[in-house]
Design a protein around this ligand. Structure first.
Ligand code: AMP
Ligand code: GLY
Length: 424
């Protein structure tokens, strides 16, 4: 019997999840809540307009869903998986207790420290005075992080004490990130290059997707403020066997052991942000979900059936499974609204999506809604355009060729996604 899936979320990652599910022979219907203008175009998918956990549980129950896949962190941190479990509905993701690995940076850092997971030195601060006192502890630059969820924007890298004070003031006093700034973490600033290591986990195994490279800063050459991610390439050309062994030994293995020892294990996605420094690989953060836009680059590279891997994780059989890849490389570029990651306007008509798809690239809808048959902008990150090819250079060329066909008022994207990886 074909299974009925429900994907929670309305961004590009969820479009990528719905699309890959729709390609699986074992999948019957797919529900998506709230979904977006792009998920709605997939024949097997029905959108439901809710992002409230109570409504989502009701929806899953009344539609007799076999498995729920939450995309974003907010419903996970708010206990969606616990609520679904109480209603007897299986879900692929962590409980609220495990989601603290993402929802509290201080919790995550203490977890890493307890379990010998390589990471930057840090101090947790509960008041602005504690933070001002700790600012000088690691020298400058220093990193100030809002403890809670801030859509990838709550990390501030401060060149000197005055920038550090301004960061503490904006996070803890002005509450620029709301209650995410109740507490903060001050952290040693690492230098090196980054990779997104995403896996499917069960109680003991981390089944890794290809290591990816996100481009988090808004500006060319990795300048400007942090965003949710402006583009991704995969596989990451700098992650060779020695780097991978370092990541496995000093980050993945102690993380998995720690999750088990502390009763935090779950079946779902685990995303580890890693910085490879001259003194080895260090953990930047955990996310208890797939990355966005990493999903738009990694999922199309999968040759095996995602639902088989998820079933293996739910059954605790992941150690027996090897992921299968198509080969080649992916490059996903994000097309954003003017003003993102700051404030922006929405509601502008988008043109050229079909022309972009005619090039062979995939266009994922992130912040998009439909109106009178057309597609309008509806978020900061509007679309993700992914090129897949036999190598990174060609994947990149395809993605840029396709993105040039798309337009809306104020549209912008980084022109240098993948450039530094090609040069290294
Ligand atoms: P996070 O949300 O913790 O991954 O941080 C977002 C981004 O901030 C990371 O991808 C890094 O580029 C940067 N970052 C976070 N922590 C540090 C650190 N300790 N040193 C240098 N950069 C960092
Ligand atoms: N692209 C980074 C994230 O999903 O957090």
């Amino acid at each position: 019997m074909k299974k009925k899936f429900m994907v929670v979320g309305g961004g590009g990652r969820e479009h990528a999840l719905v699309r890959v599910l729709s390609e699986s022979p074992g999948v019957g219907e797919i529900l998506c809540t709230p979904g977006n203008a792009s998920t709605q175009r997939i024949a097997k998918c029905r959108n439901f307009p809710s992002d409230d956990n109570t409504d989502i549980v009701k929806l899953a129950l009344s539609n007799r869903v076999d498995l729920v896949i939450p995309g974003p962190e907010v419903p996970l941190a708010a206990g969606l998986v616990d609520d679904l479990a109480a209603a007897g509905i299986p879900a692929f993701g962590p409980s609220a207790a495990s989601a603290r690995l993402e929802a509290s940076k201080g919790f995550a850092k203490d977890f890493m420290a307890r379990n010998g997971v390589a990471t930057a030195d840090y101090v947790r601060c509960r008041t602005a005075d504690e933070a001002f006192a700790a600012l000088d502890r690691f020298g400058f630059p220093v990193v100030v992080k809002a403890d809670g969820l801030a859509a990838g924007k709550g990390v501030l890298i401060c060149a000197d004490r005055s920038e550090g004070e301004a960061a503490v003031n904006s996070v803890m006093v002005a509450r620029e990130f709301g209650s995410a700034g109740n507490h903060l973490v001050i952290e040693e600033c690492l230098t090196g290059w980054e990779t997104s290591v995403i896996g499917i986990v069960d109680g003991s195994t981390f089944m890794s997707f290809l290591p990816a490279k996100d481009h988090k800063r808004a500006g060319e050459g990795d300048a400007g403020p942090n965003t949710g991610g402006m583009g991704v390439i995969a596989p990451h050309p700098q992650v060779d066997e020695a780097v991978w062994n370092d990541i496995k030994q000093n980050i993945i293995d102690p993380t998995m052991a720690g999750l088990g020892a502390e009763g935090l294990e779950y079946a779902g996605f685990l995303f580890i942000g890693v910085m490879v420094t001259s003194s080895g690989a260090k953990t930047l953060e955990y996310n208890v979900r797939f990355g966005d836009p990493e999903a738009q680059a990694l999922l199309p590279l999968l040759a095996g059936d995602l639902t088989d891997y998820m079933a293996a994780a739910m059954g605790g059989r992941l150690k027996d499974v090897e992921p299968r890849w198509r080969g080649g490389a992916a490059c996903c570029i994000v097309l954003a609204s003017e003003g993102y990651p700051g404030s922006y306007e929405t509601g502008y008509p988008i043109s050229g999506i079909s022309e972009a798809e005619e090039t062979g690239a995939r266009v994922y809808g992130a912040g998009v809604r439909s109106e009178n048959g057309g597609i309008l902008t509806d978020g900061g990150r509007v679309l993700g355009v992914t090129g897949i090819a036999s190598n990174l250079k060609d994947a990149r060329a395809l993605a840029y060729k396709a993105i040039d066909k798309i337009d809306f008022k104020g549209a912008w994207y980084r022109k240098d996604i993948g450039v530094s990886a090609l040069q290294s």
